[in-house]
Design a protein around this ligand. Structure first.
Ligand SMILES: Cc1cc2nc3c(=O)[nH]c(=O)nc-3n(C[C@H](O)[C@H](O)[C@H](O)COP(=O)(O)OP(=O)(O)OC[C@H]3O[C@@H](n4cnc5c(N)ncnc54)[C@H](O)[C@@H]3O)c2cc1C
Length: 397
């Protein structure tokens, strides 16, 4: 949807989507300034959904001892770090892509259409019903289980279990604030809070005018009291979740126990791909650079990809598309790969699996601390600016 929103001014866009109805599965997603700036530039407004702008970043030990509390520095109007319900982000991007009164032409959204194959040189994709779509540009943003990846990189290079899983749930703020002990935690304030230790962490933040609390609880698979799967819709068990956090203070166990239902997601890791493009096709988003969620940058990087598509594919003749897609890859690759690797390094325990990729080796040698990484990700001003002002982070021809 973000690619459609960015490209509609310059091309006739058709979006093939496998689901019957565009809707996100529960939970929330925080978007850092590098992404919110792009959405704003596309004409989007996430504030209208009541997305809080992070005021403080706070961490605590499992027994409740405060560790750090730093202002986010995002109250200047330009740098918004927004806490969003996923449904709202998707709704806004869909609106930007398909509204009548946007730039160029509205994207055509074709639902219930699963792509099963792609011929990058011919510029065609084939759907599960045998229909063939032809285009000058094929953007494969079909997620971590991409059906198109193998036709571009020559191998499916599937993701592997990272050794960690995440419980995810949304809890009404009213339920938390009606209990004085839980209300005293003040976690419905517009902050991003992490409680971590003993090899696990709880990340929580509010969304939708602070009426809903989002939780992501990450822990090693070996410490789970149930089996996780790589399925966004897989359900977990609240009692098992609470048991997995029995080494945390009773108030945190009580907090997790207020959930009516939880999702349980196996976190998977993806090696950097050696290429994202072939002919007229390019992989973007999780299909190109799926990353662990420890830095909360996966969706933000996908939105950066979309901006690059809109910025570089202007006035490009069909004959020049393959070269332009290569250029987009060169601008985006190091940045996305460094973010992917930094997300690994921020994981719990030995999340880094010692890949042989050159960019990753450089990253490991110059691992950024949290503040450097925040600067690296947040300062982004679009693909053209990155190419011009950060050549050290761009693959050279
Ligand atoms: C626990 C967890 C927490 C996270 N938190 C954050 C966060 O706070 N901030 C952040 O920036 N990122 C976060 N992420 C990462 C983020 O969710 C992903 O990086 C992001 O959703 C990737 O977007 P995408 O469009 O590339 O892929 P997806 O969101 O997977 O979208 C792929 C789309 O393609 C469609 N599709 C799939 N296959 C086909 C096919 N064959 N044919 C047609 N359509 C198809 C799907 O239906 C879907 O609509 C988190 C991830 C996890 C696991």
């Amino acid at each position: 949807m973000a690619c459609g929103a960015a490209l509609r001014a310059h091309a006739k866009v058709t979006i093939l989507e496998s689901v019957k109805v565009v809707r996100e599965i529960g939970a929330a997603v925080h978007l850092a300034p590098n992404a919110t700036r792009i959405i704003k530039a596309l004409g989007g407004d996430l504030l209208k959904y009541g997305a809080p702008n992070v005021k403080m970043f706070k961490t605590f030990q499992p027994d409740g001892t405060p560790l750090i509390a730093v202002p986010s520095g995002t109250d200047d109007g330009e740098n918004q770090w927004l806490l969003n319900h996923r449904v709202d982000v998707l709704e806004e991007l869909k609106e930007l892509a398909t509204r009548e009164n946007g730039p160029g032409r509205p994207c055509e959204l074709v639902l219930n259409t699963r792509v099963v194959g792609c011929d990058p040189e011919a510029g065609t994709v084939t759907t599960s019903t045998g229909e063939v779509y032809t285009a000058d540009i094929i953007i494969a943003s079909d997620g971590i289980k991409s059906a198109v990846r193998s036709s571009i990189v020559g191998d499916s290079l599937n993701s592997v279990p990272s050794g960690h899983s995440a419980y995810r749930m949304l809890i009404p703020a009213s339920k938390i604030n009606s209990d004085p002990e839980l209300a005293a935690l003040k976690i419905t304030d517009p902050n991003l809070t992490i409680i971590y230790g003993n090899g696990r962490r709880i990340i929580c933040y509010p969304c939708r005018n602070q009426t809903i609390l989002n939780f992501v609880c990450i822990l090693p698979d070996s410490e789970l009291n149930e089996i996780s799967e790589e399925k966004w819709t897989a359900k977990g068990d609240v009692a098992s979740l609470v048991k997995s956090y029995s080494s945390f203070a009773p108030v945190y166990q009580k907090l997790l126990g207020t959930a009516d239902e939880v999702g349980l997601w196996q976190l998977r890791d993806q090696e950097p791909l050696h290429k994202w493009t072939k002919g007229r096709a390019i992989l973007l988003g999780d299909a190109a650079h799926a990353m662990l969620p420890h830095q909360g940058q996966g969706a933000s990087q996908a939105i950066e990809d979309a901006e690059a598509i809109g910025a570089l594919l202007q006035n490009v003749s069909p004959a020049d598309v393959p070269a332009t897609l290569e250029e987009i890859f060169r601008i985006r690759y190091k940045r996305a790969t460094m973010t992917q690797q930094q997300s690994r390094l921020a994981g719990l325990g030995s999340a880094s699996r010692g890949t042989g990729d050159e960019v990753v080796k450089q990253m490991e040698a110059h691992a950024m601390n949290q503040f450097e990484f925040k600067h690296f990700t947040w300062q982004y001003r679009g693909a053209k600016d990155w190419k011009e002002n950060h050549p050290e982070h761009v693959l050279q021809v």
